[in-house]
Design a protein around this ligand. Structure first.
Ligand code: M6R
Length: 361
């Protein structure tokens, strides 16, 4: 049942405010973050995050949270690299495996590689009965409900919801934040479903611009800080369902190579809420515009005012705390990919060559 939508992917994008709110309600009580099973980060010397695809990008965003909120060194790895590299791991590490299906072969193999080596194996999964959940010491459900679309959307959102809770909890346990700051961060997190609803209301504005995107041979996505992995996720979504070549780059890397690609045929989508590094992002954008690149700036009202004219398009998102902004901007990334694919007429829910669950390596 597509719930009145044309595709499961659209249904799942629009379900996000509800499924995220439900997930968050399971991870918070009056005392702050609460988990279905206890987890103590006080003795952990490193967090190791391992996953594939979109789940990997959720991990790459969470790295910023574990480091910024909790001050814990954090490694992020692609499961297929991690498992064969045979990395040395500290016995005091907490290894976290993120998987919607809980059956991804490489992620499961990476989990088995660390099982005897680290203090604790934690999984963040959508399917609680899955192999990855069963083989971990602590399995945290993301409670997104069944995800049918091959392109992961609501599972990504809820993975971020659970990972944000974990980072906030770790910060509190390690004395990096007090109860007041914890409550503040949780308030921002719990405000997210409302902001996501506002972002979903921008669908028509987004759809209008995607006709031009559908003509592109190649699209670049840029972001700084936690928006960098979101840029990679935006690029993955677009290539999966519209078959347009896309790359996500850290804005600061632009002049180290990818700027050579820029001309008037290459749209550049910039995820940039008005944050401490916004000025730098603007100057990256200007470098693109000076080479006739078509910049689609995704920002907030303050960012739009500061950026001024000259962009090909500017989408004004609701204002959100920059720390958790990737959750909100993910909605823009999803809708951009979805509407571009509609223009291309591709099979959105079942894109060519892809499977929902990759159980072979
Ligand atoms: O089930 P998993 O979360 O372990 O799957 C990981 C990837 O295969 C998955 O996220 C894939 O990249 C999606 N098609 C992305 O939309």
């Amino acid at each position: 049942d597509k719930g009145g939508h044309k595709h499961f992917m659209a249904k799942e994008i629009f379900e996000q405010p509800v499924v995220l709110a439900d997930c968050l309600s399971h991870y918070t009580d009056a005392g702050g973050v609460t988990l279905p099973q206890p987890l103590d980060f006080t003795q952990t010397d490193r967090v190791i995050l391992v996953a594939c695809g979109t789940a990997y990008y959720a991990c790459a965003i969470a790295k910023y949270w574990f480091e910024q909120f909790a001050g814990i060194p954090c490694d992020v790895d692609i499961a297929s690299e991690f498992r064969y590299r045979e990395p040395p791991v500290s016995p005091k590490a907490t290894a976290l495996f993120v998987s919607q299906s809980g059956e991804t072969a490489d992620t499961l193999a990476a989990l088995r590689y660390v099982t005897e080596k680290v203090d604790r194996v934690v999984s963040v999964v959508n399917v609680p009965s899955s192999s990855i959940a069963r083989e971990s010491d602590v399995a945290l459900p993301i409670l997104a409900g069944v995800e049918v679309g091959v392109a992961s959307t609501k599972a990504f959102m809820n993975q971020l919801g659970v990972l944000a809770n974990l980072a906030i909890m770790a910060a509190r346990q390690r004395g990096r934040i007090d109860a007041v700051r914890e409550a503040e961060l949780l308030e921002i997190l719990h405000g997210m479903p409302g902001l996501i609803n506002q972002a979903l209301a921008l669908e028509d504005k987004i759809a209008k611009r995607t006709a031009r995107l559908a003509e592109a041979k190649s699209v670049l996505f840029l972001g700084r800080g936690a928006m960098f992995p979101l840029a990679m996720e935006g690029a993955l979504k677009l290539k999966e369902i519209s078959y347009i070549h896309a790359e996500g780059y850290a804005s600061g890397e632009l002049k180290h190579g990818p700027i050579a690609l820029i001309d008037k045929t290459v749209p550049v989508i910039v995820f940039a809420p008005r944050d401490a590094l916004f000025d730098k992002t603007i100057s990256n954008m200007q470098e693109v515009m000076a080479r006739d690149g078509k910049v689609w700036l995704i920002t907030d009202a303050e960012g739009a005012a500061q950026a001024g004219d000259g962009t090909w398009a500017t989408l004004v998102m609701p204002t959100v705390d920059p720390a958790l902004a990737p959750m909100l901007y993910a909605v823009a990334a999803q809708l951009i990919a979805y509407h571009t694919a509609l223009h291309k007429g591709t099979d959105v829910d079942q894109p060519r060559n892809l499977a929902k669950s990759v159980t072979v390596e």
